[in-house]
Design a protein around this ligand. Structure first.
Ligand code: 9MR
Length: 332
């Protein structure tokens, strides 16, 4: 798909304006036929021209970091705010980038009014939420993170309000609703700590296998890939990609970052580069690893320091938007 678009642009003889070279001569998005993305925030896109220029130059997929979450789009029942999501989708369309929709069903950033609903009503409201959001961006969102983080580390189901009130079957339901709303979008299950083979990734694997057997329209597994150089590179990453892709689904690296204990130094940045490189190379080794998206691209804006005090510098570009060793490991 991506290759076809590139070829058509070339045939049409379109001259594309390019931002001044911030990095290697060939942008990341052009060194592979996979989608190369970043999480983005509508406010930075609107207010920081340098941020916008690097994003536009280097990436061809965008994932709204928070703008499509339920807590953002409908914080109060019946009061919708699509402004941030609309702005990102508009930017993507204007710049010929795809959008990864994130995320339809998640226990976090879930408005209190949803959590308080009785079961029957919750089911109707959940269906409306999924169908309204997917229909709004029909044809404009290439892939959706339909369910996010539904497993515990030991492979049991996370005990969310959805599970408590609707049972485990809510997962199949939301995939069916999303598919009815936009049959062309690829629908993903997304989670963290499922890069290697472990009880949690075993559970994801088993669920995808079951859902596929039952004809549930799940098309992909999103591997978040929030790594830290303190904990080692995940064991059996490639084996995990192999078994998942054998199920006949796509795989995407959806939220890659590699945090380091601050302050960064040359040795830490080098280890970070090797982690990013291994993540990237593993994805490229499998045809069905179709996307490599990072959770933000600049250390200027990253969720890491706020959540892990003493850690940071997790992105491919530093605060001044200069590419780091990890960038050059992927794009020498
Ligand atoms: O980066 C996001 C941060 O700005 C939000 O405050 C946070 C809210 O819970 O969500 C962060 O993004 C998360 C993503 O949606 C799901 N996977 C983990 C990400 C990092 O926490």
């Amino acid at each position: 798909m991506k290759r076809v678009l590139v070829a058509m642009t070339a045939l049409a003889g379109v001259t594309v304006w390019q931002a001044p070279a911030a990095s290697a001569s060939v942008p990341l998005k052009d060194i592979t036929d996979r989608y190369v993305g970043s999480a983005v925030a509508a406010s930075y896109l609107a207010n920081e021209p340098d941020y916008r220029a690097v994003l536009t130059r280097e990436f061809d997929n965008v994932t709204p970091e928070n703008e499509m979450k339920w807590g953002t789009v409908e914080p109060v029942r019946g009061q919708f705010d699509w402004s941030g999501a609309d702005a990102i989708v508009r930017y993507a369309q204007e710049h010929h980038k795809t959008v990864r929709g994130h995320t339809l069903v998640w226990h976090s950033q879930l408005p209190d009014w949803v959590a308080a609903l009785p079961a029957g009503e919750l089911r109707r409201v959940l269906r409306d939420h999924v169908m309204t959001e997917v229909k709004r961006y029909k044809g404009k969102v290439r892939a959706w993170d339909v369910v996010n983080e539904i497993f515990n580390e030991d492979g049991t189901r996370r005990d969310t309000v959805f599970r408590q009130k609707l049972g485990d079957g809510f997962v199949a339901d939301v995939f069916r609703w999303a598919h009815a709303a936009d049959p062309a979008a690829t629908l993903y299950i997304n989670d963290y700590n499922i890069e290697g083979i472990n009880p949690k990734s075993d559970a994801v694997y088993d669920l995808v296998k079951t859902l596929r057997r039952e004809g549930v329209p799940i098309g992909g597994v999103g591997i978040q890939a929030h790594l830290s150089i303190q904990y080692g590179f995940p064991a059996e990453y490639r084996e995990n990609l192999a078994r998942l892709t054998k199920l006949g689904v796509d795989v995407a690296i959806t939220e890659a970052d590699v945090r380091i204990p601050t302050p960064p130094d040359a040795a830490k940045l080098d280890t970070q580069a090797s982690y990013f490189g291994r993540l990237w190379d593993g994805c490229m080794a499998f045809r069905r690893c179709v996307e490599f998206t990072t959770w933000g691209f600049t250390d200027r804006h990253s969720w890491v320091p706020g959540v892990f005090p003493g850690e940071g510098a997790a992105c491919l570009f530093d605060e001044n938007l200069h590419p780091k060793p990890a960038y050059f490991r992927i794009n020498p």
